[in-house]
Design a protein around this ligand. Structure first.
Ligand code: MLC
Length: 445
């Protein structure tokens, strides 16, 4: 009896991914090179050195011509966003992505027992969680949670919260909604560390259905195996690496320091220390331990004859097949790639997500997963590591195992065959290289 109870409890404590949807805003919200140029030129505080800086960053950013912005930015109203602009951006996402998820999964809003919403930079009252309950007419006893200010890694914070709440409510359904608010948060000053965010962050969002109901196991896409959260906010440099602040002229924005990739690698190292023993096979852990002992002997001057060769410290591919890395920016992806010792193919989904959608903050990792799914790479039994980074500074990670069919092209449906792009020419350089040719600090037309 005790064994049966333990097995049943273990089954109920599992967290299954039923389905997910990534938001694809309407085509008229795409940021082409022309639109990006008009938004930049509209800001009369910027002069030639700032234009040159923005060109250098956007060219190196890895973002293409098809990411999305809110309407107020496209209409060059970034100096005076209204509360309604912020709500409109959220509503467009809720009405399309969440509605689509219900349609696709066959569940109704009334089936949702737990709702977790995370949007870092916009926290109206009533909360966005209540706005969703209101718009979709959810039940009175729905357990709704609203997280704000938690940065790009909040997608996995929400997943952790939903999983923990599900543990207290057998056979329940949880909806996790992640997005970022761009409309009221466009930076309009001249501090470079804050201008960077305008080049990287774009509109997007994800809606994810989870369950712990063992009866729904057969129709789930994946099962959550492990989740580890690391928060290095006690460290001054890490804490300051992504910070909302005033630029000294009264303009508020998110400042991204040059030390951010370093903070990401440090948080990643700490996170992996907890995650690795749960993920990798014993043989790989023993190989790593042997290599470590050998290194210590060498450092202490004792010579040990061995055939251990230099190479990646740990072979992560012994514990997982896919790497779903937060597409924070080119340097962040490169730093994580080097730290994990993985190949160019492993970071392709993150780089392509950055190219097509930009950094959509906490929803980004679901676009990366969707890329893998659309490419037909996720097979039953495969394991996918999700790694996210965000202000704090935080690194959160989790491991999923594919248990169902994953062949949905999702938000990538109309463009997946064009990725990776064949041409490496940069549209921004093609159109705006003349900015670098000007002399002095003034732009003459
Ligand atoms: C911005 C980049 C695309 C630029 O590419 P490169 O570094 O290859 O190019 P580069 O070295 O020529 O740099 C171009 C110019 O940008 C400047 N530059 C680079 N980083 C800067 C920063 N943080 N603040 C101010 N300036 C900066 C360089 O000095 C240089 O200017 P000059 O030529 O004048 O010397 C890249 O550095 C990058 O991806 N950085 C990481 C972006 C980031 O922080 N992402 C995390 C987002 S936050 C997130 O996702 C989590 C969260 O917020 O929660």
């Amino acid at each position: 009896y005790l064994v049966c109870t333990a097995v049943a409890r273990r089954r109920r404590s599992r967290c299954y991914l039923v389905d997910y949807v990534c938001h694809k805003p309407s085509d008229d919200r795409k940021v082409s090179t022309e639109i990006a140029g008009s938004v930049v030129l509209h800001n009369k505080r910027l002069s030639l050195p700032e234009f040159r800086f923005l060109l250098r960053v956007i060219v190196r950013s890895g973002i293409g011509e098809e990411s999305y912005c809110p309407r107020n930015i496209l209409e060059c109203r970034q100096d005076a966003p209204t509360h309604q602009d912020a709500l409109d951006e959220m509503d467009a996402f809720f009405d399309e992505a969440i509605a689509d998820l219900f349609l696709k999964s066959g569940f109704l809003p009334g089936d949702v027992d737990v709702l977790v919403v995370n949007v870092c930079m916009f926290s109206p009252a009533p909360s966005l969680a209540c706005r969703i309950v209101h718009r979709f007419g959810m039940r009175e006893d729905v357990a709704a949670y609203n997280l704000s200010g938690m940065g790009c890694s909040a997608g996995l914070v929400s997943l952790d919260l939903a999983r923990n709440v599900l543990r207290t409510r057998p056979t329940s359904l949880a909806l996790v909604v992640s997005s970022e608010s761009i409309a009221p948060n466009w930076y309009t000053g001249t501090d470079r560390s804050m201008m960077l965010g305008n080049c990287l962050f774009r509109c997007g969002g994800s809606a994810v259905l989870l369950t712990n109901d063992p009866l729904l196991r057969g129709r789930a896409k994946m099962v959550l195996r492990h989740l580890v959260r690391t928060n290095t906010a006690a460290d001054d440099e890490a804490h300051a690496s992504a910070l909302q602040r005033d630029d000294g002229n009264g303009r508020v924005g998110i400042s991204l320091s040059k030390a951010l990739p370093k903070a990401a690698v440090r948080a990643l190292t700490l996170n992996l220390r907890s995650l690795i023993p749960r993920l990798l096979p014993v043989s790989e852990l023993l190989r790593f331990a042997a290599r470590d002992i050998y290194k210590k002997f060498r450092l202490s001057g004792v010579h040990v004859k061995t055939d251990i060769r230099p190479g990646p410290m740990i072979n992560f591919k012994t514990g997982m097949e896919h790497f779903c890395l937060h597409p924070g920016g080119t340097r962040v992806i490169e730093a994580v790639k080097d730290s994990l010792g993985v190949d160019a193919d492993d970071v392709e989904p993150s780089q392509m997500t950055l190219h097509r959608w930009g950094n959509t903050s906490s929803s980004s990792l679901w676009y990366v997963l969707s890329y893998m799914e659309a490419k037909g790479r996720l097979k039953r039994g495969d394991r996918a590591l999700m790694l996210t980074f965000g202000s704090g500074f935080k690194c959160n990670s989790c491991l999923w195992e594919v248990t169902g069919d994953m062949a949905d092209k999702g938000a990538w449906a109309d463009c997946i065959d064009e990725y990776p792009p064949e041409s490496s020419t940069n549209p921004y350089l093609d159109k705006y290289s003349w900015i670098d040719e000007g002399q002095g600090d003034t732009l003459f037309f």
